[in-house]
Design a protein around this ligand. Structure first.
Ligand SMILES: *[C@@H]1O[C@H](CO)[C@@H](O)[C@H](O)[C@H]1NC(C)=O
Ligand SMILES: *[C@@H]1O[C@H](CO)[C@@H](O)[C@H](O)[C@H]1NC(C)=O
Length: 283
């Protein structure tokens, strides 16, 4: 009886992950943006592994009271040193920051299995660790570039887009938002950059958005230590203003999926029940 019920479980979980993927208009703080793992692996049960565990635990704990922090754990030998940091998006509440970082830390453990370095960006937070020091080092490498479909040149809308990006570039601080009509923008630096480095990084991300994404309805430009993004109403991306009609579609999709999953669950319960009944009769 027991094993037969169990083999249905993987099917069920894979269904859940399959169905929960296409929901861009319902993206939340914990949704995946990008990840990367280093090639080099550490030895299981080594001092490096226990130092890494300490760093990851410290990151998750710290996110309950701070939106940014960094940790360095020195091992007894130089090759065991681990560096780590996290950065929450500037508008996240402390509980949401803690939830996001905890989630990122636990996902990194399985996504970057036994690699010396790893990085994960969720919608609401960024977590990175490595044995090579990257703390306080500006990094403008393009990590993720995503441009939405182009709707042809609409001078007015592109003017608003450029104005929003311009105002974000001209403002200060590690977290910047801009909005004009149907255009929304956001930029965020990782907290280890100086004011000047943050400015330099955000400027680079913004100018790349303009040149690389052209007249796209949305654009995401994630560099090593900062990002800039914009979206226009109706674009299927991270931000959805209240008048965005895709919001309702997303809710419908969500309702259908919940219904489907409930149906699948009922069928499984029913089959399990029937098997029990038949096995009972067979005895
Ligand atoms: C990181 O660890 C790898 C594997 O142990 C090692 O080859 C590399 O030199 C280390 N990097 C630093 C900066 O210690
Ligand atoms: C790392 O954190 C310490 C305190 O926890 C802080 O003094 C230091 O400036 C931070 N370093 C960077 C590069 O952010």
């Amino acid at each position: 009886m027991e094993p037969r019920t169990l083999h249905l479980l993987p099917l069920f979980t894979s269904l859940v992950s399959l169905l929960s993927l296409p929901l861009p208009s319902h993206s939340s703080n914990d949704d995946f943006v990008f990840m990367g793992c280093s090639q080099i692996k550490y030895t299981p049960n080594s001092p490096y592994e226990s130092n890494l565990d300490s760093v990851l635990t410290s990151l998750a704990n710290s996110a309950t009271y701070s939106t940014y922090n960094n940790f360095t754990i020195m091992g007894s030998s130089p090759q065991d040193v681990v560096y780590g940091l996290y950065q929450c998006r500037g508008d996240l509440s402390m509980p949401d920051c803690a939830t996001c970082v905890a989630r990122a830390v636990s996902q990194l453990g399985s996504l970057c299995s036994q690699t010396c370095g790893g990085a994960l960006q969720l919608q609401g937070c960024f977590v990175k660790y490595d044995n090579d020091t990257f703390l306080g080092v500006e990094d403008k490498t393009v990590v993720l570039k995503k441009c939405g479909p182009s709707v042809g040149y609409e001078a007015e809308r592109m003017g608003r887009r450029d104005a929003v990006l311009g105002s974000m570039g001209a403002s200060s601080g590690g977290y910047r938002v801009g909005g004009s009509g149907d255009v929304q923008g956001v930029a965020q630096c990782v907290g280890d950059l100086s004011v000047g480095e943050c400015q330099d990084c955000v400027s680079e991300a913004i100018s790349r958005l303009k040149t690389d994404c052209g007249t796209a309805v949305y654009g995401d430009m994630f560099l090593g230590k900062c990002y800039a993004r914009y979206t226009t109403a109706g674009a299927h991306t991270y931000a959805h203003p209240n008048h965005d009609s895709s919001h309702d579609d997303g809710e419908k999709t969500f309702a259908i999926i919940v219904g489907l999953l409930a149906g699948v669950a009922l069928i499984i319960i029913f089959l399990t029940f029937m098997r029990k009944v038949f096995e009972g009769n067979g005895k």
